[in-house]
Design a protein around this ligand. Sequence first.
Ligand SMILES: [Zn+2]
Length: 442
Amino acid sequence: MKTIDVSITSIEKYVIKYLITDNSDLHILQNKQVEAYIKYDNCESFDFDLTIVPKSILYIPISLYLLPITYFYNVDVIVPEMDKVLYGRLNDMYEKYSKIYGPFSEEWRGKFTINKIEENTNMMSSAYENIVFFSGGADACSAGLNNPGKETVLVSIPSIESLAKEEGELRMEKFSLIREFSKLVDSSWIVISNNFNRDVFNDNMIQTRLSEDLKLNSSAFKFDGWFGIKYLANMCSVAPFAYSQGVKKLVMGSAFEQEEDNKSVNYDGANPELSDSISFAGTKFSEQDEIYTRRTKKVANIISKCNAMNKKTKIWTCFSDSSIQCGQCAKCVRTQLNILCANANPKDWGFENFSDKAFTKYIKKFSYWEKNACWLWDIIDSINDNTKYVCCNELLHWLKKIGYKEYLKKASFKKKFGVWKKLLKIYKYPHYVRSVLKKFRK
Ligand SMILES: [Zn+2]
């Protein structure tokens, strides 16, 4: 039997370590044995101690993270203990992931071998009601503002993002973002880090198998693939903390967006049907925050709520490793446009390098490109013909006139042309080009 075995090797107050052993000869893990850890920061003010949390709860994060591999390979994951509620959810999780990313093969229907299934009905305390996942982005700020106060703990897990680095300016900024935002909403906060994405799976090989051998081609798979399939599982690193604080609801801001009348165009690893399928002990995901509120409206709500309190907050969407947002990546541009549509100045909401002139030039050159048209549709549809905007007024009315389909067409052309231009730079090496051409003629 091909297996992947998990065990806990050490438990400290705020750190848990696992050892994962690949006995399958399929090279699913980066090495035959991999050490994984989860670390909880800023927990001193909580009555929190991992050494007294039941083992079946401590096994939740790593079990969930390993689970999807059993959909794609004929392997068993062997876990010493599992929470009974989670165990009861496994079938439904398979169905939902298969529906959105698959269909997956029936024969590998998520196999676990579990030595002991434990019922964890009594939470350790009932200190807090909600956990709100907080990345600093528009969806997270909205969820935080909708669930404010002492009942809530804001939780940031920077390592769930695909481009996350464990050190550097961005990671430091993530700490300062959650600290500042917690003051705004009067909630507590913690930061969780793990090495799951970095050290556990042989991700490139698995992604290739899924696309080339198993031929998954759903829109969700094309969008975020094997990475997206593990996304929510990775967020469940919060499980031991949630259990220890008696948290019943996990709140995440919805990243769902519509395009015209179609309300389900951006299927990905944060899809509401997926979060609805996951629960453990006494904790489950609540309905995603503002599930059908469009992004521009959400940003406008954040701004008006903050204005009402006479406060400001940064809306942080950038992945570049800096304490200043780059302003030019798709997420930065999208968010600045959302802010402009809310008739505000991006400089006041986390984009300190924003300049009306430079931004206008950038957009008019069709340099803003989105993989999914829904975001641009929302922005342009939100522009009101009769409004005079405080920033980029001329640009917004120009965008409205062009329309989202035409803009994206031109931006896509520019993007493709950019690739060709790079290739054509070979003209710098005429001798090389000539000899290649000669070969082709032969
Ligand atoms: Zn950026």
